[in-house]
Design a protein around this ligand. Structure first.
Ligand SMILES: [Zn+2]
Length: 421
């Protein structure tokens, strides 16, 4: 569990998560390709490619068969930093990134991470940064000043989610703290993209330690499980394992590097060589779209479907939706059930209550650009989009085992049905 906790700690933002994945892949013998090095994508070696400093796709193998793909996301709801103001205390102005549960950001130790551009002799370079220490907190209003607080609080993000970074005498500046951390001059910082993150430590919880309580479990637990499955899978000559981790899922994926972009398509096309070959190979491909699923809430079972609701510790959830907000279909559902059988991984069903719309996933978005059978799966979790979330240790292990088997197999579409081996 220590490796997973280290991964979460080093991945407060999507660009830093991608940096950490890059480090792990490089240690495992993978080399980075630029999207300019188009002709090298098909050389059969172990490679990864990064777009926008914050989405990454890794692949390997000389195979000319289909792609065994996993897609997950590295971003998470957060408070984006706008600027610093100094009245009445040193304070940061923020706007909310993604669908955060506002109250969960109150009274926590917050740090700042992201990226900045720094002037060079003939231009500028982008540098990732993480202050790695608690520099801010958003104070709640005392109950004595709000006697109805326990009847429910309305939080206005423009007013109530502005963290303080010092006392009335404080003259500390965020830009100078960033400059000092990077060893650059403050006046050389041209532009910034910074987020506040919860710097509470991930930890095991439960009388038997069977739960994980941690920031950013959605979706770093899937990312980590997919990465460890990708690296530990057995080689399967003809098929190409593809690990895709996207930014911007929490804001709809419609960016140059998000799941709605051409990134996955362009990468698979470069590996295939031409459109005709790509289309043929997509027929023998399968994608796992791995994003956490709502587990049965112990205090609010009425919010879940009567039957198809996963519980913590009982295995990976497969998500279904008649309106295709989850894209699991007959073929992809069948395939993942066969893979889970081989992996010895239990599956659970997830369906929204018919009167609740629920969320969407990157699988539904990615398949419009890369038409392959896709199954939406997730580690069951509680408190999704809170600054601190909960999953079961067992389910994280199940997700890693499912990915390992997925990446060790191949799927072939034949006139007599598909063959998985
Ligand atoms: Zn998610």
């Amino acid at each position: 569990m220590k490796n997973f906790f280290d991964f979460v700690k080093k991945s407060p933002t999507a660009n830093l998560a991608v940096g950490e994945i890059k480090r792990i892949l490089t240690e495992a013998g993978y080399t980075e390709l630029s999207e300019r090095e188009y002709e090298r994508f098909s050389d059969g070696a172990k490679h990864f490619v990064i777009r926008g400093q914050s989405s990454i796709i890794a692949f390997r193998g000389k195979g000319k068969g289909g792609f065994m793909i996993s897609a997950s996301h590295a971003d998470n709801p957060a408070l984006a930093v706008k600027y610093q103001e100094n009245k009445p205390y040193a304070r940061l102005s923020t706007e909310v990134y993604g669908g955060a549960i506002y109250y969960s950001w109150l009274d926590r130790p917050l740090s700042v991470a992201g990226a900045v551009s720094v002037r060079t002799e003939c231009g500028a370079k982008i540098m990732p940064v993480d202050l790695e220490r608690a520099v801010a907190t958003v104070p709640s209003v005392a109950i004595h000043l709000n006697r109805t607080v326990n009847d429910g609080i309305k939080i206005n993000p423009a007013k109530d989610l502005l963290p303080i970074v010092g006392d009335i005498e404080s003259r500390a500046s965020l830009t100078s703290a960033i400059a000092e951390k990077l060893g650059v001059r403050e006046e050389d910082i041209i532009s910034t993209e910074l987020y506040l993150y919860n710097c509470d430590e991930p930890r095991l919880v439960g009388l038997d330690g069977s739960l994980i309580l941690s920031p950013r479990l959605d979706d770093l637990s899937s990312v980590y499980a997919a990465l460890s499955g990708f690296l530990s899978a057995e080689e399967n000559g003809n098929f190409v394992p593809v690990l895709a981790v996207f930014n911007n899922e929490e804001v709809g994926s419609a960016t140059a590097e998000g799941a709605a972009s051409t990134f996955l398509h362009d990468t698979l096309l470069a590996i295939s060589g031409d459109e005709g070959s790509l289309r043929a190979r997509l027929h023998d491909s399968l994608m796992l779209s791995a994003d956490n699923a709502h587990a049965l809430h112990p205090n609010h079972p009425e919010l879940s479907d009567a039957e198809d609701t996963p519980t913590l510790g009982r295995g990976v959830a497969v998500k279904y939706n008649a309106n295709k907000r989850y894209v699991t279909g007959l073929a992809s559902d069948t395939a993942v059930r066969l893979i889970a059988e081989k992996a010895g991984v239990p599956l659970q069903n997830y369906r929204n209550r018919a009167d609740m719309p629920g969320g969407s996933t990157l699988g539904a978005i990615a398949t419009t650009k890369v038409p392959v059978p896709t199954v939406d799966i997730g580690i069951p979790q509680l408190a999704m989009h809170s600054a601190t979330e909960t999953v079961a240790v067992r389910d994280l292990e199940y997700m890693a085992a499912l990915h390992r088997t997925h990446f060790s197999l191949g799927i072939t579409d034949t006139p007599d049905g598909f063959v998985l081996k």
